[in-house]
Write a protein that binds this ligand. Structure first.
Ligand code: ATP
Ligand code: MG
Length: 448
């Protein structure tokens, strides 16, 4: 992408309405724009980050055997009447009436709809286990939308649903998602801690919230520090095998949020020097809830003995739009965002210091084109802005590798590469720079 074509409406002033750093930076860098309370447009670089987050989630869902589908945002109230949640859900549900006076709603979640899809097709235990997910906008009329896309009314969610013939098999499906979530957050460069959670209005008896530690988080977390050193399941983890080892290892330490915290239990289970009490952001939440929906909605399969049984279900949510903000909370400095390469709006940037200088312009364009040719997502600053403004913009949007090309350097056979994360500056010959940057990016993107 050439910066001369990029819609990057950077704000000069610090937006006063934003209380937390991620919200401030997202507004300042022109990633999002508020349209009404808790409802945002995603502008080019915001959308690029969001899509990259979705890609990682997708890869790890597919690896774990889940199928991507896409369900609509608008749902019929009748489905929710079948499960009994139409009345229960309360004011967070945005209710709509269509021209035929039929009750509709903007989906806050999709348990009912996915159960309806399932019951329409699947009749035998032989087709199980099955896991269906989608990445779709949700609407919840939150009482206090705040912190930008961290707690918005319209937000993106990856919600997945598992179907199994019995509770044992459903627990295996739960473990697959547990492991897939550990991998997803790790690949995004986040340290997410699974915490035993209350099952809330979704119901059921097994649930974990995935929380990342951050001072601005809305939850208070109480955990054993040793959980921070546990290994992540590798990319070749075998999802067809029993994954209990991983889940047991990650649930062995005490880790709870304020929702179910009890001081006595914390003190009893965690030695004083291992205690960690901090704030955190919920980025994912998984549940096993048995036959809560399949029973009232008649989602049944024939079991091995030919008898019909209601399927056992689980649901698995991740918030990509909240994650975009959470990633900034975890990675920024005074100059702006510091994206991990895997989700950065651009993997590399080329700054041409003086676009009127033929050598500088030609060299910059050539390096830019070569990087593009290697499938590197690169931004060429080909504008006539001053160098200071160009540096500031690259740092603000958090481009990990910045190649700086000017007439003076070129005369000496030199270009500079700046590494955003460390501030390190490396002088290279112009013909070394592509390989240097491409190698760094390849290392960063290596599958873990
Ligand atoms: P919270 O406790 O933060 O209100 P929740 O428990 O209501 O969230 P879930 O139903 O578990 O949320 O949703 C799954 C995921 O969707 C959450 O872990 C979070 O990442 C995301 N999410 C939920 N509500 C919002 C919101 N209002 N804005 C942005 N993301 C959200
Ligand atoms: Mg939750």
């Amino acid at each position: 992408m050439r910066k001369s074509n990029l819609f990057l409406p950077v704000l000069k002033e610090n937006p006063k309405e934003a209380e937390i750093i991620s919200h401030r930076l997202m507004l300042r860098a022109g990633m999002i724009r508020q349209q009404s309370a808790g409802i945002y447009s995603w502008l080019p670089i915001g959308l690029k980050v969001l899509n990259k987050i979705n890609d990682i989630i997708r890869q790890e869902q597919n690896r774990a055997g889940a199928n991507e589908i896409l369900m609509p945002t608008i749902q019929s109230a009748d489905l929710w009447r079948e499960s009994g949640r139409y009345e229960d859900y309360g004011k967070e549900m945005l209710r709509i009436e269509d021209r035929h006076e039929r009750d509709m709603l903007f989906g806050p979640t999709n348990e009912e709809m996915v159960t309806d899809i399932f019951r329409g097709y699947v009749k035998s235990y032989k087709d199980l286990p099955l896991n269906l997910y989608h990445i779709q906008w949700k609407f919840r009329d939150e009482v206090r939308p705040r912190f930008g896309v961290m707690r918005s009314r319209e937000f993106l969610m990856k919600d997945g649903y598992s179907f199994d013939v019995d509770a044992d098999s459903a627990r295996n499906s739960y473990r697959r998602m547990f492991v897939s979530y550990l991998r997803t957050f790790k690949r995004l460069g986040l340290q997410a801690i699974p915490m035993a959670a209350d099952t809330g209005p979704i119901g059921g008896d097994l649930s974990h919230e995935f929380i990342i530690l951050a001072r601005t988080g809305e939850s208070e977390v109480f955990t054993d520090k040793r959980i921070l050193d546990l290994p992540t399941p590798p990319s070749d983890v075998d999802y067809s095998e029993d994954l209990s080892q991983w889940v047991d290892q990650w649930t062995a330490y005490h880790a709870v949020t304020d929702e179910i915290y009890e001081e006595a239990a914390f003190h009893e289970n965690v030695e004083e020097e291992q205690r960690l009490q901090e704030r955190g952001i919920e980025v994912g939440h998984i549940f096993y809830f048995g036959t809560k929906y399949s029973e009232p909605m008649g989602a049944k399969v024939a079991g091995p003995d030919g008898k019909e049984v209601p399927v056992h279900m689980g649901s698995y949510g991740i918030g990509p739009s909240r994650l975009a903000a959470a990633l900034i909370e975890a990675n920024h400095d005074d100059d702006g965002m510091i994206w991990p390469t895997i989700v950065a709006p651009f993997e590399a940037g080329v700054i041409c210091l003086n676009i009127k200088d033929d050598d500088a312009r030609q060299k910059s364009t050539e390096i830019y084109e070569t990087l593009l040719g290697q499938n590197i997502d690169v931004l060429l600053d080909d504008t006539s802005e001053r160098p200071g403004g160009k540096f500031a913009a690259m740092d603000l949007i958090g481009v990990p590798y910045q190649i700086i090309i000017g007439p003076k350097g070129l005369a000496k056979g030199e270009v500079e590469v700046k590494i955003r994360k460390t501030g390190e500056k490396i002088i290279l010959a112009p013909d070394e720079v592509v390989n240097f940057v491409a190698d760094k990016i390849q290392q960063d993107l290596q599958l873990i």
